[in-house]
Design a protein around this ligand. Structure first.
Ligand code: NAP
Length: 548
């Protein structure tokens, strides 16, 4: 019996096995691992998941063309070498169905499913200061309790799906990419519209363009794009990766972005123009995110370097786009390369050469409302559609948590606190919310600038070690001090404000959600540096955190 459960039973508060050492929200990459780790240490743990299966992002984002752009050999768990070796990715960047299958394979192999309540959404969580327990309410009318509440709710999981007035009046089908139906959506011969050209919209557009009758892309901000090189992986290829298991695992903990590659091309200023071009060409040809996350770190700080790399990418795009009018529409000029998420793509730009594909410039004439026939723009035009796809993104970082009514000490509300300022202590806890741990949360490295499996496992490991050390020391409550949190926020801001990233509009800064406080949502000091800082806190006996 777990410690919280025993205490609750002794106090007569364990209503029918509803009290746990920990409740984990989410059965995605982080949630599965968090449940695994706590269970292995003998804690009682209950996972709660809104979906009907495991997978998180890979459950919800089943839109056409969804795939990751982390290499299959790094988008992995590291707790079971045989599990790695016995899985055979089909290619370097597998698509959503395969990644969802992989997470099911992990859940089955580690026997994790039985710990989760599926089809159950956490609606509220309130910290009971006297009992030092979290009371967690679900949309099934159940109340569970736990000493620790751990959110594994994902950085990009609160979809912006109510974007335009009149959506309910649309006569055709309307789908947000992160709520894509399991049933097949038939595109053949249909008039389809896509709003959004982020990493998601690009994948959708390039995938459905060959099938649709007509495609209308409602374009507001074009993207710098890199063509993906996605070779098939044979069993022999995967055996080679398996032989490198420990090497890969150890390497990705220390790099800037949690990928295998890192900035290792020398300083921009030390190279001749020809040498710089040689590096950029080599990384371009790799067809990965290395051009962004492992070329020249100066690109993030120095406007001239950034402009040079941006121009390199623009020229690559021009060569493919040929038509100057398309170049004007599709090649970014108002922000620098890499100052927000760089998508990998396959034949995305070529789509716009198809005669049945049109761009509607919604910067010039914004979408005003959805009408029964389609999309009405500010100039009064109605763009008639059968299917409207919203690739409009997410309330990133904070949205998954502010959509739950979370109440900390004195009944304070996380939603209200974060409506004024989004703050955390290393993205792992929030002052005022004892015993709440967070993964994939603001002010830690995450989706923006990290291979998610790397960052999430590191955060889960830190949380697990902390909870284990509390058990060893007989401690029941942990909370970061205000001073510690202030110092982390100040360090985070100082690191962020030295970069050009803070100057670009995107979900990275929260500027895609009206009224959301602005702050870079991901820590940009590097995955290796962040890990070191987290480790220092742990080895100091959690200096900056108060215990009860
Ligand atoms: P996103 O990057 O936030 O893109 C949203 C798009 O919707 C933008 O083009 C935005 O235009 C547009 N938009 C939003 N509201 C609009 C409006 N009212 N009118 C016109 N356009 C509007 O979201 P996302 O593409 O879903 O990607 C989010 C993140 O998920 C990515 O950055 C990435 O981290 C992750 N992701 C990863 C992969 C992968 O691993 N390959 C794939 C997909 C997503 P503006 O830019 O003008 O606001």
């Amino acid at each position: 019996m777990g410690e919280a459960k025993a205490a609750a039973a002794a106090a007569g508060t364990d209503e029918g096995g509803k009290t746990f050492d920990a409740i984990v929200i989410g059965a995605g990459v982080a949630g599965l691992y968090q449940v695994y780790r706590l269970r292995e240490l003998g804690f009682s743990v209950r996972g709660i998941e809104a979906a009907s299966g495991v997978g998180g992002t890979w459950y919800w984002n089943r839109y056409p063309g969804a795939r990751f752009d982390s290499e299959a050999e790094i988008y992995q768990y590291w707790f079971d070498e045989a599990m790695f070796k016995n899985w055979q990715p089909s290619e370097r960047y597998p698509a959503q169905p395969e990644t969802e299958r992989w997470l099911n394979y992990v859940a089955d192999r580690a026997d994790l499913r039985k710990h989760f309540l599926f089809d159950t959404r956490v609606t509220a969580a309130r910290y009971d200061e006297a009992a030092q327990l979290w009371a967690v309410d679900t949309d099934r009318g159940e109340r569970l309790q736990a000493r620790f509440l751990i959110s594994c709710t994902g950085m990009l999981s609160a979809p912006l799906n109510e974007v335009f007035p009149g959506q309910a009046s649309f006569r055709g089908q309307i789908h947000h990419t992160a709520r894509w139906p399991k049933e097949r959506v038939e595109f053949v011969g249909k008039r389809v519209g896509v709003v959004g050209t982020g990493a998601t919209g690009i994948q959708v557009i390039q995938t459905i363009a060959p099938q649709v009758g007509h495609l209308t892309v409602f374009l507001r901000t074009p993207q710098y794009v890199i063509p993906m090189r996605n070779p098939k992986y044979t069993p022999a290829d995967w055996a080679k990766q398996g032989a490198r298991f420990a090497e890969i695992r150890d390497r990705i903990q220390r790099t800037f972005s949690g990928f295998e590659y890192d900035f290792s091309n020398g300083a921009w200023a030390d190279l001749t123009p020809a040498q710089r071009t040689e590096v950029l060409e080599r990384l371009w040809a790799d067809g990965s995110l290395a051009l962004w996350l492992a070329s020249f770190s100066e690109m993030f700080f120095d406007e001239q370097v950034n402009e040079a790399v941006s121009e390199f990418v623009r020229q690559k795009m021009r060569e493919r786009l040929k038509d100057p009018a398309l170049c004007d529409k599709l090649i970014p000029t108002t922000y620098g390369f890499g100052t927000h998420r760089v998508p990998l793509e396959s034949q995305y730009l070529e789509v716009y050469h198809q005669p049945n594909v049109d761009i509607v410039d919604v910067k010039a004439s914004p979408i005003e409302r959805i009408v029964p026939e389609g999309v009405m723009t500010a100039d009064g035009t109605v763009h008639e559609l059968d299917i409207l796809i919203l690739a409009t993104g997410f309330d990133a970082g904070s949205g998954a948590l502010t959509r739950i009514d979370i109440r900390g000490r004195g009944g304070r509300s996380l939603k209200e606190d974060w409506s004024r300022e989004i703050r955390t202590s290393m993205g792992l806890q929030v002052h005022g919310y004892p015993n709440l741990f967070t993964t994939g949360a603001p002010l830690a490295p995450s989706a923006a600038l990290c291979n998610m499996t790397t960052c999430l496992q590191q955060q889960v490991d830190w949380i697990t070690d902390c909870i284990r050390s509390m058990r060893e020391q007989g401690r029941r409550e942990i909370e970061p001090s205000k001073a510690f949190e202030d110092a982390w926020v100040a360090h985070h801001d100082e690191t962020a404000n030295r970069t050009l990233v803070v100057k670009t509009h995107s979900w990275y800064m929260g500027s895609n959600v009206e009224g959301k406080p602005r702050r870079l949502l991901s820590y940009i000091g590097g995955v290796g540096t962040y890990r070191q800082k987290c480790d220092e806190v742990a080895t100091s006996g959690y200096r900056g955190f108060t215990f009860a």
